[in-house]
Every structure is written in structure tokens, then in C-alpha cells.
Ligand binder design. Structure first.
Ligand code: RIB
Ligand code: CA
Length: 307
């Protein structure tokens, strides 16, 4: 299979998604975007995982601010690092993040990757779409090289960061609209889809006992991720970004339905809402409306147990 590009705001579920994808397809490059945390922290997280897991693909720095609005992060939920952990042991070696300072700008590398494409390319987007919107504005000639832009984002139903909006859409709604307006083949794994793929305490326990070289560290990370739900009185946590990774590597596990998606950019209460019309004669994207949740869960947890 041809290599993919991953754009990410490198929180816990982003790392789970990269680990899953990397077991099935080559990763040709990764660009980082502010989202779960400010770009500097996202960059440190990516450098840390690269050192821990031996990632050898290029990692490039994206942009630190959304297209128009103020920077919005999820640190109030995730903590300053955006990598909530169980236990006291640090996830990364003290100097693991030293490489972060050397990450070059993403646009030349992503543009060259698309220019070299002899077939349409697949991009996996796991955070706000700021970097990809900038690509669309700076290099519109390359958009037809993108065969699929598979994005974890948006909410057909209720939001998570606000009652109306899912975080990745809320963090940069103008970026989503820019891409929708330019006919990029956006395949959306929204909150409704991702909320069907859950992990719980038994999964953390099983991961801690797995044979993988990093399964104890992954259990620390999955446990800290689960605690986001447990501390709010919920017994299980949705696997957001890994669901998007699964849609890219195993599309047979999903049903995508064409729809016309429009993003509210000015509503005081509804900014970031992805208004989705499945009846429109002018669809501009696809939304996952069915999926094989047990199979997706198994692929993700198996990847974490063996990394
Ligand atoms: O709303 C969930 C999304 O926001 C996930 O991609 C998570 O990593 C955060 O980026
Ligand atoms: Ca993410």
C-alpha cells in the first residue's frame, strides 16, 4: 500500500492512531498542529513518542494558531502535557524531546510529497485542520492529488468541547470550511461514529499484562486516557483518533454516506458546529454512518499490545 501522511495534534488518542496506522501502512510524513495543546507541547509529545517507539519518518512543524480565531486547546481536560498518565513514571526519557527543536516547516515537505504522487494520496488528519487549510490556500494546484482526507472531527449530533461542537472543528472552523469549499474529499469520523468504539478498565489491565516491549507504557497512557471518562462518572472512553486510522487502513469496516457539511463560524453558542445534511443533492463530503466497532477495537488494542 502506498504511504500516507498524518497531520496531528499529538494527544494520547493521536498516538494510539499513529501506532495503529503504522502497523498497516508506511507513514511518509507527519505534520504537527496546535490543538490538544499549544504547538510547542505537541512538538515535544511527538519527539517523545518518536524516541520511545522508534518512529523514523519525517516529522514537520505546522502552525501554532488557527486560521482566524484564538488558539483553543483541550488542556483543561487533558492537562498541560495533553498526555494524562496513570502512575508516577514519566512516559519519555528526560532528553527524549530534545529533537523537537529540529522539526522543519511542514508546507514544503507536504507539497513535495503530493507533487511526487503518481496516484491520489491519503492523508489522515487527527486534529484541527489548520495545516491542511493552509496547504489548500497556498497550493490549490495540489488538492486533486489528495484522494482521501480522512479526518476525526465534527459532530452530527452533540458536541464534546461545547454542547454544539466537537473539539477539532471548534478549534479551527474556518479551516474546515476552506477545505469543504474546495472539494477536498473529506471523509469524516465524527463524534457519533467514534462514541461507538469504547475502551474500559479491562482493556487497560489486559494491555499492562501484554508482551509488547512498550505495553506497560501504553497501559499507563491508556489508563490515563480512560481516567478522563472515569473521573466524569462514565465507565468507558471513546477511541477517537484510532477510529479515523482504522477507516484509512480498513475501509471495509465502515459505511460512509455522502452529505453536505457546513460549518458554523460565527454563532456565539454554535461556533464549530458541523451542520450535516444527508438529503442534499450537492454533497461535499462523506460521513461514517456505520462501522464494525468490535473489529476496530481489536485492531487498535492489538497494535498497542505489540508496539
Ligand atoms: O474531539 C476529539 C478530538 O480532539 C481528538 O482528535 C483529540 O485528540 C482531540 O484532537
Ligand atoms: Ca487529535
Amino acid at each position: 500500500m502506498a504511504g500516507i501522511w498524518i497531520d496531528t495534534d499529538m494527544g494520547s488518542d493521536d498516538a494510539f492512531a499513529v501506532i495503529l496506522a503504522a502497523r498497516h501502512v508506511p507513514i511518509d510524513g507527519m505534520s504537527l498542529v496546535a490543538g490538544n495543546a499549544p504547538l510547542a507541547q505537541v512538538t515535544r509529545n511527538a519527539a517523545g513518542f518518536a524516541g520511545l517507539l522508534g518512529w523514523d519518518f519525517p516529522i514537520l512543524a505546522g502552525v501554532a494558531r488557527p486560521i482566524l480565531g484564538p488558539l483553543e486547546t483541550a488542556q483543561r481536560i487533558l492537562g498541560d502535557s495533553a498526555l494524562p498518565l496513570r502512575g508516577e513514571a514519566p512516559l519519555f526519557e528526560a532528553d527524549a524531546c530534545a529533537g523537537a527543536a529540529s522539526f522543519g516547516p511542514f508546507l514544503p515537505s507536504l507539497s513535495a510529497w503530493l507533487e511526487a504522487a503518481d496516484e491520489p494520496r491519503s492523508i489522515l488528519a487527527l486534529g484541527p485542520l489548520t495545516n491542511l487549510a493552509i496547504l489548500a490556500l497556498a497550493r490549490p494546484d495540489l488538492l486533486d492529488r489528495i484522494g482521501r482526507l480522512v479526518w476525526m472531527g465534527g459532530a452530527v449530533g452533540r458536541g464534546n468541547h461545547t454542547p454544539s461542537a466537537e473539539f477539532n472543528a471548534f478549534a479551527d472552523p474556518e479551516a474546515v470550511q476552506i477545505l469543504l469549499d474546495r472539494g477536498v474529499a473529506l471523509h469524516i469520523l465524527d463524534l457519533d461514529a467514534c462514541r461507538r468504539v469504547l475502551i474500559d478498565e479491562a482493556d487497560v489491565t489486559a494491555l499492562a499484562a501484554a508482551e509488547g516491549r512498550n505495553s506497560v507504557a501504553m497501559a499507563q497512557l491508556l489508563g490515563g486516557y480512560l481516567d478522563i471518562a472515569l473521573t466524569r462518572g462514565r465507565p468507558a472512553m471513546a477511541l477517537y483518533d484510532p477510529v479515523a486510522a482504522a477507516a484509512l487502513i480498513a475501509p471495509e469496516l465502515f459505511t460512509f454516506t455522502p452529505a453536505r457539511i457546513q460549518v458554523e463560524c460565527s454563532g456565539a453558542l454554535t461556533r464549530g458546529r458541523t451542520v450535516t445534511d444527508f438529503t442534499s443533492p450537492r454533497p461535499n463530503g462523506w460521513v461514517a454512518t456505520d462501522l464494525d466497532a468490535p473489529a476496530i477495537r481489536e485492531r487498535c488494542l492489538s497494535a498497542l499490545a505489540q508496539v
